[in-house]
Design a protein around this ligand. Structure first.
Ligand code: PLP
Length: 367
């Protein structure tokens, strides 16, 4: 029996009649850019996120870039980012000409560590950019307090955190702007690229809305130099169908995570730690081991797919060689890259598969 890391087609197969109907509705409508499907999804997504506004965009990277542009972040500015994130977080900062300033994680949660943020703030810091990594909210209250004290803004990278809650409230409008990706593998995934921002600040929603469409509010009248980053109405229609099932899929992810946690309790592996104020959505279930590579090979030999999120920290990528950060800097980011392993987790995964993964992990000698 083969257990893939992720079965991307499973949620389409589950909802095929509904999704096909929604896609046909857009094809038949003759309306292929923005329009009623995108408007409807934006309203539904804002409501789901407990935010006042949502703006649909082409992808998650653009959501981050346009959020920073809406806050007038540019050359000379510094943006504090996690040292251990998907590189999109950093690349958005670079794309607007600002400098990413990495801050190390709390190794227990993998999320950016607020006391270390305080030490990294300079007069040039314009934005704090926490990531809700693996679907678990970052500790937002101390981050928001620091931002208020220093008169700087908070942009959240929520690309992995659809539906997660921080102290009971959905991720969606704690910070100034929250950025979403609907890349197919995310917890709410389109059948192609998609993204959005949510916010409670109407002037920022308006700015992003104008920026995504050539800086234009009225056709052929351009207020600012914008970009083309519009959410595709076909993807919006698909997302509207899938959104109705998101909570049920999140519940299923939680059940799988519980089974892993119970099954691996005595394994000697470092298991995910969930603070009591966090309601994660388990985009990924990430374990840690100093024997990670051997573990991954053993699982592969048993036909169990795993992935590493992420194998090379951004500061060690060739793309960031010019920042001149020593490869030996950010020891925690490096350690995480060497030790983390993501186990298969997707809503349609069956009990037998979960059991096979835990059994396989309990069999080997793990130090
Ligand atoms: C997926 C992801 C992004 C980027 O999303 P795209 O839609 O692929 O551009 C940004 N940040 C994080 C943490 C992600 O996981």
């Amino acid at each position: 029996m083969k257990i893939p890391f992720l079965d991307l087609g499973a949620s389409y197969r589950e909802l095929k009649p509904e999704i096909d109907t929604a896609v046909s509705r857009v094809l038949d409508s003759g309306w292929y850019i923005l329009g009623p499907e995108v408007d409807a999804f934006e309203a539904e997504w804002a409501e789901y996120c407990e935010a006042n506004h949502a703006v649909g965009l082409a992808n998650g990277l653009d959501a981050l870039i346009l959020a920073l542009r809406a806050l007038d972040v540019g050359p000379g500015d510094e943006v504090i980012v996690p040292s251990n994130t998907y590189i999109a977080t950093w690349m958005a900062v670079s794309a607007v000409g600002a400098t990413p300033v990495p801050v190390e994680p709390d190794p227990a949660t993998h999320n950016i560590d607020p006391p270390r943020i305080a030490a990294a703030i300079t007069p040039q810091t314009k934005v704090l950019l926490p990531v809700h990594l693996y679907g678990q909210p970052a500790d937002l209250d101390p981050i928001l307090t620091l931002a208020r004290q220093h008169g700087i803004k908070v942009v959240e990278d929520a690309a992995q955190a659809h539906g997660a809650r921080y102290k009971g409230k959905r991720i969606g409008a704690h910070g100034d702007i929250v950025c979403w990706s609907f890349y197919p593998g995310k917890n709410l995934g389109a059948l192609g690229d998609g993204g959005a921002i949510t916010t409670n600040r109407p002037e920022l929603a308006d700015k992003v809305q104008v920026l995504r469409n050539y800086g234009s509010r009225v056709k052929y009248v351009n207020e600012v130099q914008g970009v083309n980053s519009r959410l595709d109405p076909i993807q919006a229609a698909v997302l509207r169908v899938k959104l109705k099932h998101l909570d049920e899929w999140t519940d299923r992810r939680r059940e799988i995570a519980d089974l892993y946690t119970k099954g691996l309790e005595s394994s000697g592996l470092i298991l995910p730690h969930v603070p009591d104020w966090a309601a994660p959505v388990w985009h990924l279930y990430v374990i840690r081991s100093t024997e990670r590579d051997a573990l991954q090979q053993r699982l592969a030999a048993a036909d169990i797919g795993t992935l590493i999120h992420y194998p090379i920290p951004p500061h060690m990528q060739e793309a960031y060689a010019r920042l001149g950060m020593a490869v030996n800097d950010f020891t925690l980011a490096r350690q995480m890259a060497e030790e983390v392993l993501s186990l298969p987790i997707w809503p349609q995964m069956d009990a037998k598969s979960i059991n096979l993964v835990t059994t396989q992990l309990m069999q080997g000698e793990i130090s």
